[in-house]
Ligand binder design. Structure first.
Ligand code: ADP
Ligand code: MG
Length: 331
Protein backbone atom coordinates (compact mmCIF):
# COMPACT_ATOMS: atom_id res chain seq x y z
CA UNK A 1 0.00 0.00 0.00
CA UNK A 2 1.30 3.47 -0.96
CA UNK A 3 2.36 6.13 1.50
CA UNK A 4 -0.57 8.46 0.88
CA UNK A 5 -3.22 5.78 1.19
CA UNK A 6 -1.58 4.70 4.45
CA UNK A 7 -1.83 8.23 5.81
CA UNK A 8 -5.39 8.66 4.54
CA UNK A 9 -6.74 5.32 5.68
CA UNK A 10 -4.94 4.77 8.93
CA UNK A 11 -3.64 8.05 10.32
CA UNK A 12 -6.57 10.39 9.78
CA UNK A 13 -9.28 10.88 12.40
CA UNK A 14 -7.21 9.54 15.25
CA UNK A 15 -8.54 11.16 18.43
CA UNK A 16 -10.92 14.07 18.89
CA UNK A 17 -10.55 17.26 16.82
CA UNK A 18 -9.73 20.01 19.31
CA UNK A 19 -11.08 23.50 18.63
CA UNK A 20 -7.58 24.89 19.24
CA UNK A 21 -6.24 22.84 16.30
CA UNK A 22 -6.08 25.25 13.36
CA UNK A 23 -4.48 22.88 10.83
CA UNK A 24 -3.93 19.15 11.09
CA UNK A 25 -3.03 16.33 8.70
CA UNK A 26 -2.71 17.44 5.07
CA UNK A 27 -0.47 20.48 5.25
CA UNK A 28 3.30 20.78 5.62
CA UNK A 29 2.88 21.40 9.32
CA UNK A 30 0.09 21.35 11.86
CA UNK A 31 -0.92 24.60 13.53
CA UNK A 32 -2.27 24.83 17.07
CA UNK A 33 -3.42 27.85 19.05
CA UNK A 34 -3.08 27.29 22.77
CA UNK A 35 -5.34 29.28 25.11
CA UNK A 36 -4.01 32.43 26.79
CA UNK A 37 -2.18 31.67 30.00
CA UNK A 38 -1.38 28.08 29.13
CA UNK A 39 2.06 26.63 28.55
CA UNK A 40 2.85 23.71 26.24
CA UNK A 41 4.66 20.60 27.43
CA UNK A 42 6.38 18.71 24.59
CA UNK A 43 8.04 15.31 24.63
CA UNK A 44 9.08 12.60 22.18
CA UNK A 45 9.67 8.87 22.63
CA UNK A 46 10.88 6.31 20.12
CA UNK A 47 10.28 2.58 20.06
CA UNK A 48 12.37 0.35 17.80
CA UNK A 49 11.49 -3.22 16.92
CA UNK A 50 13.80 -5.71 18.62
CA UNK A 51 14.95 -3.08 21.11
CA UNK A 52 11.72 -1.87 22.76
CA UNK A 53 9.26 -4.50 21.58
CA UNK A 54 9.03 -7.88 19.90
CA UNK A 55 8.34 -7.60 16.16
CA UNK A 56 5.32 -9.92 16.47
CA UNK A 57 3.54 -7.96 19.23
CA UNK A 58 -0.14 -7.38 18.41
CA UNK A 59 -0.29 -4.12 16.39
CA UNK A 60 -3.17 -2.61 18.44
CA UNK A 61 -1.07 -3.16 21.56
CA UNK A 62 1.96 -1.54 19.97
CA UNK A 63 -0.18 1.45 19.01
CA UNK A 64 -1.40 1.74 22.59
CA UNK A 65 2.11 1.54 23.95
CA UNK A 66 3.67 4.23 21.79
CA UNK A 67 0.86 6.53 22.93
CA UNK A 68 1.08 5.35 26.55
CA UNK A 69 4.82 5.94 27.00
CA UNK A 70 4.37 9.48 25.73
CA UNK A 71 1.17 10.07 27.70
CA UNK A 72 3.10 8.96 30.75
CA UNK A 73 5.60 11.79 30.20
CA UNK A 74 2.68 14.22 30.17
CA UNK A 75 1.33 12.62 33.36
CA UNK A 76 4.71 13.10 35.02
CA UNK A 77 4.59 16.82 34.21
CA UNK A 78 0.96 17.16 35.29
CA UNK A 79 0.16 18.28 31.73
CA UNK A 80 -3.09 17.62 29.89
CA UNK A 81 -2.21 15.73 26.69
CA UNK A 82 -3.82 17.21 23.58
CA UNK A 83 -1.84 16.65 20.38
CA UNK A 84 0.57 14.14 18.88
CA UNK A 85 2.62 13.64 15.73
CA UNK A 86 3.74 10.18 14.68
CA UNK A 87 6.80 9.20 12.64
CA UNK A 88 6.07 5.72 11.39
CA UNK A 89 8.70 3.55 9.73
CA UNK A 90 7.26 0.32 8.33
CA UNK A 91 8.93 -2.61 6.58
CA UNK A 92 5.88 -2.96 4.27
CA UNK A 93 2.37 -1.58 3.77
CA UNK A 94 0.57 -4.53 5.36
CA UNK A 95 -3.15 -3.68 5.30
CA UNK A 96 -4.25 -5.99 8.07
CA UNK A 97 -1.44 -4.92 10.39
CA UNK A 98 -2.07 -1.22 9.69
CA UNK A 99 -5.77 -1.58 10.24
CA UNK A 100 -5.31 -3.12 13.71
CA UNK A 101 -2.60 -0.59 14.50
CA UNK A 102 -4.91 2.25 13.51
CA UNK A 103 -7.79 0.83 15.60
CA UNK A 104 -5.46 0.71 18.62
CA UNK A 105 -4.32 4.29 18.02
CA UNK A 106 -7.90 5.52 17.77
CA UNK A 107 -9.08 3.74 20.87
CA UNK A 108 -6.32 5.04 23.14
CA UNK A 109 -6.20 8.51 21.57
CA UNK A 110 -9.93 8.93 22.15
CA UNK A 111 -9.74 7.67 25.71
CA UNK A 112 -7.02 10.21 26.54
CA UNK A 113 -8.47 13.08 24.46
CA UNK A 114 -5.39 13.22 22.23
CA UNK A 115 -5.53 14.30 18.57
CA UNK A 116 -3.04 13.01 15.98
CA UNK A 117 -2.26 16.16 13.97
CA UNK A 118 0.61 15.06 11.75
CA UNK A 119 3.56 12.81 11.23
CA UNK A 120 5.78 11.15 8.73
CA UNK A 121 5.61 7.77 7.01
CA UNK A 122 8.56 5.93 5.55
CA UNK A 123 9.77 2.44 4.72
CA UNK A 124 12.41 0.65 6.77
CA UNK A 125 12.81 -1.50 9.87
CA UNK A 126 9.70 -1.16 12.10
CA UNK A 127 10.10 1.87 14.33
CA UNK A 128 7.75 4.42 15.87
CA UNK A 129 8.49 7.87 17.15
CA UNK A 130 5.72 9.90 18.69
CA UNK A 131 5.81 13.52 19.79
CA UNK A 132 3.18 14.53 22.31
CA UNK A 133 2.11 18.07 23.18
CA UNK A 134 0.10 18.90 26.28
CA UNK A 135 -1.11 22.01 28.04
CA UNK A 136 -0.27 23.25 31.52
CA UNK A 137 -1.47 26.16 33.60
CA UNK A 138 1.29 28.77 33.62
CA UNK A 139 4.29 27.97 35.89
CA UNK A 140 2.66 24.85 37.37
CA UNK A 141 4.61 22.04 35.71
CA UNK A 142 5.62 19.16 37.99
CA UNK A 143 9.39 19.03 37.77
CA UNK A 144 12.10 16.69 38.98
CA UNK A 145 13.50 19.49 41.07
CA UNK A 146 11.53 20.66 44.08
CA UNK A 147 11.74 17.69 46.46
CA UNK A 148 12.39 19.04 49.96
CA UNK A 149 13.87 17.57 53.12
CA UNK A 150 11.18 15.68 55.06
CA UNK A 151 8.91 15.12 52.03
CA UNK A 152 7.25 11.75 51.62
CA UNK A 153 8.01 9.70 48.49
CA UNK A 154 5.15 7.92 46.75
CA UNK A 155 4.59 5.64 43.78
CA UNK A 156 1.37 4.78 41.95
CA UNK A 157 0.02 1.22 41.59
CA UNK A 158 2.55 -1.66 41.71
CA UNK A 159 6.16 -2.00 40.53
CA UNK A 160 8.07 -4.61 38.57
CA UNK A 161 5.15 -6.18 36.71
CA UNK A 162 6.39 -5.19 33.23
CA UNK A 163 9.80 -6.71 34.02
CA UNK A 164 8.05 -9.93 35.06
CA UNK A 165 6.09 -9.79 31.80
CA UNK A 166 9.32 -9.52 29.83
CA UNK A 167 10.84 -12.45 31.75
CA UNK A 168 7.70 -14.48 30.98
CA UNK A 169 7.89 -13.72 27.24
CA UNK A 170 11.59 -14.62 27.30
CA UNK A 171 10.72 -17.98 28.87
CA UNK A 172 12.73 -17.17 31.99
CA UNK A 173 9.89 -17.74 34.40
CA UNK A 174 6.40 -19.18 34.74
CA UNK A 175 3.28 -17.95 36.49
CA UNK A 176 -0.35 -19.06 36.54
CA UNK A 177 -2.53 -17.88 33.63
CA UNK A 178 -4.14 -14.92 35.43
CA UNK A 179 -0.90 -13.52 36.83
CA UNK A 180 0.90 -14.15 33.52
CA UNK A 181 -1.75 -12.14 31.69
CA UNK A 182 -1.45 -9.36 34.26
CA UNK A 183 2.34 -9.13 33.88
CA UNK A 184 2.29 -9.29 30.07
CA UNK A 185 -0.42 -6.61 30.00
CA UNK A 186 1.75 -4.44 32.25
CA UNK A 187 4.53 -4.74 29.65
CA UNK A 188 2.46 -4.42 26.47
CA UNK A 189 -0.43 -2.14 27.47
CA UNK A 190 0.72 0.03 30.38
CA UNK A 191 -1.85 2.48 31.76
CA UNK A 192 -0.48 6.02 31.93
CA UNK A 193 -1.57 7.99 35.05
CA UNK A 194 -2.69 11.20 33.37
CA UNK A 195 -5.74 12.03 35.46
CA UNK A 196 -3.82 11.50 38.67
CA UNK A 197 -0.76 13.43 37.43
CA UNK A 198 -2.97 16.44 36.71
CA UNK A 199 -4.70 16.09 40.07
CA UNK A 200 -1.44 16.54 42.03
CA UNK A 201 -0.34 19.72 40.22
CA UNK A 202 -0.59 21.87 43.34
CA UNK A 203 0.37 19.07 45.72
CA UNK A 204 3.51 17.25 44.60
CA UNK A 205 6.88 18.95 45.12
CA UNK A 206 8.53 16.84 42.37
CA UNK A 207 7.41 14.09 40.03
CA UNK A 208 8.59 11.79 37.22
CA UNK A 209 7.45 8.63 35.54
CA UNK A 210 9.27 5.37 36.17
CA UNK A 211 10.38 4.05 32.81
CA UNK A 212 13.86 2.70 33.57
CA UNK A 213 13.38 1.36 37.12
CA UNK A 214 12.41 2.99 40.42
CA UNK A 215 15.90 3.42 41.88
CA UNK A 216 17.52 4.80 38.75
CA UNK A 217 14.64 7.17 38.11
CA UNK A 218 14.33 8.34 41.72
CA UNK A 219 18.04 9.18 41.44
CA UNK A 220 17.04 11.84 38.88
CA UNK A 221 14.87 13.51 41.52
CA UNK A 222 17.81 13.35 43.95
CA UNK A 223 20.14 14.90 41.37
CA UNK A 224 17.82 17.66 40.30
CA UNK A 225 16.45 18.46 43.75
CA UNK A 226 19.86 18.14 45.47
CA UNK A 227 18.51 15.73 48.11
CA UNK A 228 18.87 12.08 49.11
CA UNK A 229 15.97 9.65 49.29
CA UNK A 230 15.55 6.53 51.40
CA UNK A 231 13.32 3.81 49.98
CA UNK A 232 11.89 1.26 52.43
CA UNK A 233 11.90 -2.19 50.80
CA UNK A 234 9.13 -3.37 53.12
CA UNK A 235 6.82 -0.77 51.58
CA UNK A 236 7.29 -1.55 47.87
CA UNK A 237 3.85 -2.19 46.34
CA UNK A 238 3.88 -5.66 44.77
CA UNK A 239 1.10 -7.17 42.66
CA UNK A 240 -0.37 -10.64 43.15
CA UNK A 241 1.72 -11.67 40.13
CA UNK A 242 4.88 -10.50 41.90
CA UNK A 243 3.81 -12.33 45.06
CA UNK A 244 3.31 -15.54 43.07
CA UNK A 245 6.76 -15.05 41.52
CA UNK A 246 8.23 -14.88 45.03
CA UNK A 247 6.33 -17.80 46.54
CA UNK A 248 6.47 -20.19 43.60
CA UNK A 249 10.25 -19.74 43.29
CA UNK A 250 10.68 -19.94 47.10
CA UNK A 251 12.54 -16.62 47.10
CA UNK A 252 13.43 -14.73 50.25
CA UNK A 253 10.79 -11.95 50.17
CA UNK A 254 13.07 -9.46 51.91
CA UNK A 255 16.20 -9.85 49.81
CA UNK A 256 17.19 -7.12 47.41
CA UNK A 257 17.65 -9.56 44.54
CA UNK A 258 14.06 -10.80 44.98
CA UNK A 259 12.90 -7.21 44.70
CA UNK A 260 15.15 -6.45 41.73
CA UNK A 261 12.29 -6.26 39.20
CA UNK A 262 10.42 -3.79 41.42
CA UNK A 263 13.55 -1.73 42.14
CA UNK A 264 15.22 -1.78 38.75
CA UNK A 265 12.80 -3.25 36.20
CA UNK A 266 11.97 -1.07 33.22
CA UNK A 267 8.70 -0.12 31.54
CA UNK A 268 6.54 0.40 34.64
CA UNK A 269 5.21 3.84 33.60
CA UNK A 270 4.01 4.50 37.13
CA UNK A 271 4.52 7.91 38.71
CA UNK A 272 7.02 8.53 41.52
CA UNK A 273 6.57 11.82 43.35
CA UNK A 274 7.35 13.66 46.53
CA UNK A 275 5.06 15.77 48.70
CA UNK A 276 5.10 17.41 52.11
CA UNK A 277 3.75 15.10 54.86
CA UNK A 278 0.70 17.32 55.48
CA UNK A 279 -0.51 16.55 51.94
CA UNK A 280 -0.96 12.85 52.73
CA UNK A 281 -4.75 12.92 53.19
CA UNK A 282 -5.34 14.95 50.03
CA UNK A 283 -3.10 12.63 48.03
CA UNK A 284 -5.07 9.56 49.16
CA UNK A 285 -8.33 11.28 48.25
CA UNK A 286 -7.08 12.32 44.79
CA UNK A 287 -5.80 8.81 44.11
CA UNK A 288 -9.13 7.32 45.10
CA UNK A 289 -10.98 9.75 42.82
CA UNK A 290 -8.69 8.73 39.95
CA UNK A 291 -9.05 5.01 40.66
CA UNK A 292 -5.34 4.41 41.22
CA UNK A 293 -3.57 3.21 44.35
CA UNK A 294 -0.65 5.18 45.79
CA UNK A 295 1.90 3.91 48.27
CA UNK A 296 4.33 5.86 50.39
CA UNK A 297 7.65 4.10 49.77
CA UNK A 298 10.14 6.43 51.40
CA UNK A 299 11.31 9.78 52.56
CA UNK A 300 13.52 12.67 51.45
CA UNK A 301 16.25 12.45 54.07
CA UNK A 302 19.11 14.81 53.41
CA UNK A 303 20.42 17.58 51.23
CA UNK A 304 23.60 17.57 49.15
CA UNK A 305 24.74 13.94 48.85
CA UNK A 306 22.11 13.16 46.18
CA UNK A 307 21.88 9.41 46.74
CA UNK A 308 19.19 6.76 46.84
CA UNK A 309 19.42 4.65 49.99
CA UNK A 310 17.56 1.41 50.56
CA UNK A 311 16.27 0.48 54.01
CA UNK A 312 14.14 -2.21 55.55
CA UNK A 313 11.70 -1.26 58.29
CA UNK A 314 13.71 1.86 59.06
CA UNK A 315 17.18 0.18 59.04
CA UNK A 316 19.42 1.43 56.28
CA UNK A 317 21.04 -1.25 54.12
CA UNK A 318 24.66 -0.95 53.08
CA UNK A 319 23.87 -0.47 49.45
CA UNK A 320 23.39 2.64 47.39
CA UNK A 321 21.83 3.37 44.06
CA UNK A 322 25.24 3.23 42.44
CA UNK A 323 25.31 -0.50 43.23
CA UNK A 324 22.05 -1.23 41.50
CA UNK A 325 21.40 -0.97 37.83
CA UNK A 326 18.60 0.53 35.83
CA UNK A 327 18.24 0.36 32.08
CA UNK A 328 20.50 2.48 29.89
CA UNK A 329 21.19 2.36 26.17
CA UNK A 330 24.88 2.38 25.10
CA UNK A 331 26.00 1.05 28.51
P1 ADP B 1 5.95 16.14 3.84
O1 ADP B 1 6.20 15.62 2.47
O2 ADP B 1 5.76 17.61 3.90
O3 ADP B 1 6.88 15.58 4.86
P2 ADP B 1 4.07 14.14 3.97
O4 ADP B 1 3.72 14.01 2.56
O5 ADP B 1 5.05 13.22 4.57
O6 ADP B 1 4.51 15.62 4.23
O7 ADP B 1 2.75 14.06 4.83
C1 ADP B 1 1.53 14.61 4.37
C2 ADP B 1 0.67 14.93 5.57
O8 ADP B 1 0.37 13.73 6.27
C3 ADP B 1 1.34 15.86 6.56
O9 ADP B 1 0.35 16.73 7.08
C4 ADP B 1 1.84 14.94 7.63
O10 ADP B 1 1.89 15.58 8.89
C5 ADP B 1 0.80 13.83 7.59
N1 ADP B 1 1.37 12.51 8.00
C6 ADP B 1 2.32 11.79 7.36
N2 ADP B 1 2.56 10.64 8.00
C7 ADP B 1 1.75 10.62 9.08
C8 ADP B 1 1.54 9.72 10.15
N3 ADP B 1 2.22 8.57 10.27
N4 ADP B 1 0.62 10.04 11.09
C9 ADP B 1 -0.05 11.20 11.02
N5 ADP B 1 0.08 12.08 10.03
C10 ADP B 1 0.97 11.82 9.07
MG1 MG C 1 5.40 18.80 2.84
Amino acid sequence: MAEFSIIDQFCRDVGPKHSSTKLDIGDDAAVIRPDQGTELAISVDTMVSGVHFFEDVRPERLAHKILAVNLSDMAAMGARPKWATLALTLPRGDDEWLSSFSDGLKQTANRFDLQLIGGDTSQGPLSLSLTVIGTLPQSKALKRSGAALGDDVYVTSTLGDAALGLALLNGELELGPKNSAHAIDALEVPEPRNEFGQSILDIASSCLDISDGLVGDIAHICDQSAVSIEIDLARLPLSLAYQEYISSNKLDPSSISTLNHALNGGDDYELAFTAAPEKAVTIRRRAEECGVSVTKVGQVIERESRKVYLSRNGRRLEIESTNTKSFEHFS
